[in-house]
Design a protein around this ligand. Structure first.
Ligand code: F6P
Length: 369
């Protein structure tokens, strides 16, 4: 099977995450060492769907020289997008309405025309769902799990997560002193749409006093009680970490923009609301810090870099072994192959009985429940 491969393409889709460039570098080097040629597709699949936007080529050759010195850089040299999923592409009709169309045939035709034998698709749930659909339509595909949110199932972790948690933890470390000096409540909003991994791990590591995650609908009276109980013993400040997708037990997620054909809803604003409500309930000065896209930037930590390099080389090995329709997944003792159908469309939430959550509870952190 391995000798069938001569040319492969790489695509990065969804929100960027530190480590994407390290995966690209690993794939190109491992593939080149097997005598394969590599090509990059720009901005998810836009390089194929909108070639006219890329005068220098929507699909372009990735040589070893092109990937030299990129392993430590954030972002992706291919560009990425979280709009315009080719399975549900928003197409404007002559009457002004928007219709959903499936444009995967154009991708398959491009692969055939350019004699590309396989795709390494690096992305989160959206990209892996597209990868799964393409593999079911006959394309040889291997997926690589990416998301700072760590919400992909069947892999111990995703690259980008450790960098995001490390940065959020450092921000919490810095906020302790100013919060204590001013006897304030600080609410720190972090990314995490439907899974609270970043909030949970950074909140515990950064000694937050309350952590609000999407998996546990919260009651702000309980959080206010926690803040008051700290005040009573002379701890006159509190740090609350809230995931952007957390919601009150009797309320909704804070949605900035509703989902549309081709892209997911945009969340945000819960931190501001929590700070305002806690100020009203406790009478204490409250401030909010939204870490947002800062969590996606910067150089990947060595953990993420190593995970990315392991994933990239494993993807090439998997193709060489004749694997298809799988995602390379990190296990504690190695890298596994898991069928894409076991990953696509599923989300890994924080299990309510997990040890990390229990750690937070044993440390006395309030979860608003
Ligand atoms: O990658 C997922 C994520 O980090 C979410 O936590 C967040 O809601 C989303 O990206 C924001 O993406 P953007 O603002 O780029 O559309």
């Amino acid at each position: 099977m391995s000798n069938a491969i001569r040319r492969i393409a790489i695509s990065t889709g969804g929100g960027d995450a530190p480590g994407l460039n390290a995966v690209i570098r690993a794939v190109v080097i491992a593939a080149s060492n097997r005598g394969w040629e590599c090509y990059g597709i720009r901005e998810g699949f836009n390089g194929i769907l909108f070639p006219e936007r890329f005068p220098e080529g929507g699909v372009f050759r990735l040589t070893r020289d092109r990937v030299r010195g990129i392993g430590h850089l954030g972002g992706t040299i291919l560009g990425t997008t979280n709009k315009g999923n080719p399975l549900h592409f928003p197409m404007k009709m002559p009457d002004g309405s928007v219709k959903e169309v499936d444009r995967t045939d154009e991708i398959l035709e491009c692969f055939a025309r350019k004699e590309l034998d396989a795709l390494v698709s690096i992305g989160g749930d959206g990209s892996l769902t597209i990868a799964h659909a393409l593999s079911k339509r006959g394309l040889r595909v291997v997926g690589v799990p990416k998301t700072i949110d760590n919400d992909l199932d069947k892999t111990y972790t995703t690259f980008g997560f450790d960098t995001a948690v490390g940065f959020a933890t450092e921000c919490l470390d810095r906020l302790h002193s100013t919060a204590e000096s001013h006897q304030r409540v600080f609410v720190v909003e972090v990314m995490g749409r439907y899974a609270g991994w970043i909030a949970l791990n950074s909140g515990i590591s950064g000694s937050a006093h309350a952590i609000l995650i999407p998996e546990i609908p919260f009651d702000l009276d309980k959080v206010a009680a926690k803040i008051r109980s700290r005040d009573q013993v002379g701890r006159m400040y509190s740090l609350v970490v809230v995931a952007e997708g957390a919601n009150p037990a009797h309320g909704h997620r804070s949605v900035l923009e509703q989902a549309e054909i081709g892209h997911a809803e945009r969340l945000g604003g819960v931190g501001e609301w929590v700070a305002k409500e806690l100020q009203a309930r406790t009478g204490k000065d409250a401030r909010v810090v939204v870490l947002g896209h800062l969590l996606r930037g910067g150089s990947p930590t060595s953990f993420d870099r190593l995970a990315a390099l392991r994933f990239g080389t494993a993807a090439v090995r998997a193709l060489d072994e004749g694997q298809n329709g799988i995602m390379v997944a990190l296990a504690l003792a190695g890298v596994n192959y898991v069928p894409l159908e076991e990953v696509a469309g599923r989300m890994k939430a924080v299990p309510l009985d997990c040890d990390t959550l229990q750690t937070g509870r044993d440390l006395g952190i309030a979860f608003g429940d």
